[in-house]
Unconditional design. Structure first.
Length: 399
């Protein structure tokens, strides 16, 4: 928390130092700094039909809402440095439509764009605009490959990677000496990606996967055994069950309290790793949550936070570089001088080897944050936040 306090004082000092400049510019028109936002018109991740009895198994709402809060928060700094931050949105059925929108925006001077897209579409978009003077902020795709073998220099990730999430859980399990893990894996490609990330985490931190068993939510009587939590967990000797269920429905509705043995559940249910949770009550988080709820009438979730944090990074780029010129702002955002306040305690910055934003991961139940990672005792030679996710020495990213 001392780190957080120092950063806040430092930023306020910059703002105070610029007040005289802001006063001198008061008679001049403000410099326009519009920020782009792109998403799919019918993104299946936000399909309300995937909620059962109003229990969400998808993001609670569009990440655009988090960006809107970020721009509203930016106005105070904008008033000081005489910059007018604004938000432009484009939705399309296909990536090609979004590429066209970004091409038009670049010609109008928009060089920072938040992208709320699934992994495949995120990669396609970043490749399509690679030759343009534009930087994309990934606010919703957890795919490790976007930080690894498929990484792109024009992509910055404010949403954590899957491995950051599994690393945080395994740190907690190791700290409790719950090292024997039974993996329950769903049928989706995303579920396999979670298991792949978990395997990396387990191997690195010294835990053990005792078995991997399939789970399936189906009305087909031939799949009945895979949909029965008691049968799936029978005969296993384990300390904790990790649910690799990206879809979320099995984990939230059919897993809790239905295993054969009284063992904790983590992953997609029970103790869940998140970028953000409404109950987080430190480092200014209650104020962020209150402002979001007042603006949008719902609770803030991971993708909302990631979009809000992306706008804050762009705002700090203008403030600290004392410029709205794209090159100067980007140079600062990617530099080790970035000390972004994400209301999560540790200050955040962009990893130079894969452009993932370093950040705390919250380990949460439905009603409370139980712990946050990196946990005490998990140390790194330069930055403890780099104990979460692929470190430079093992990264597959080659810009």
């Amino acid at each position: 928390m001392a780190r957080q306090s120092g950063v806040i004082k430092g930023v306020l000092g910059v703002v105070a130092a610029l007040c005289l400049t802001g006063s001198a510019l008061a008679q001049e028109p403000a410099t326009e700094l519009p920020i782009g936002f792109v998403d799919l018109a019918d993104d299946p991740r936000y399909d309300p039909d995937y909620a059962y009895n109003f229990v969400p198994v998808r993001p609670l709402g569009p990440a655009f809402d988090g960006a809107a809060l970020g721009v509203a928060d930016a106005q105070q700094i904008g008033n000081v440095i005489n910059v007018d931050f604004s938000l432009r949105r484009a939705s399309g059925a296909e990536v090609t439509e979004l590429v066209g929108a970004i091409e038009g925006w670049v010609s109008e001077g928009i060089h920072f764009v938040l992208a709320d897209l699934p992994g495949d579409e995120m990669l396609a978009l970043s490749l399509a605009v690679a030759d343009l003077p534009v930087t994309l902020f990934n606010v919703s795709a957890y795919d490790d490959r976007l930080r690894g073998e498929s990484c792109q220099f024009n992509l910055i990730h404010t949403i954590p990677s899957r491995q950051m999430l599994t690393d945080s859980v395994v740190q907690y399990l190791v700290s409790k000496n719950w090292r024997n893990i039974l993996v329950l894996q769903g049928p989706l490609a995303e579920d396999q990606a979670i298991v792949d990330a978990l395997t990396q985490s387990v191997n690195f931190f010294g835990a053990r996967i005792v078995d991997t068993r399939s789970i399936l939510l189906s009305n087909d009587p031939r799949d009945r055994d895979e949909g029965n939590m008691a049968l799936v967990t029978a005969g296993a000797n384990y300390d904790v069950a990790y649910l690799a269920d990206a879809d979320g429905e099995f984990a939230r509705f059919y897993a809790p309290y239905q295993a054969t043995s009284p063992r904790p559940i983590v992953g997609a249910a029970g103790l869940v790793p998140l970028a953000w949770h409404w109950s987080w009550d430190r480092a200014g988080a209650p104020q962020v949550n209150d402002r979001f709820e007042d603006m949008h009438g719902r609770r803030m979730d991971d993708t909302d936070w990631a979009a809000w944090a992306a706008v804050r990074a762009i705002t700090q780029g203008a403030l600290r570089s004392q410029s709205t010129e794209y090159g100067s702002m980007l140079e600062f955002i990617l530099s080790d001088r970035m000390n972004l306040d994400g209301a999560k305690g540790f200050t955040m910055s962009v990893r130079p080897w894969d452009h993932q934003v370093r950040q705390v991961i919250l380990l949460s139940t439905g009603n409370a944050v139980i712990e946050f990672a990196p946990l005490e005792g998990f140390l790194h030679q330069t930055n403890d936040l780099d104990t979460l996710g692929a470190d430079e020495r093992v990264s597959a990213c080659q810009f």
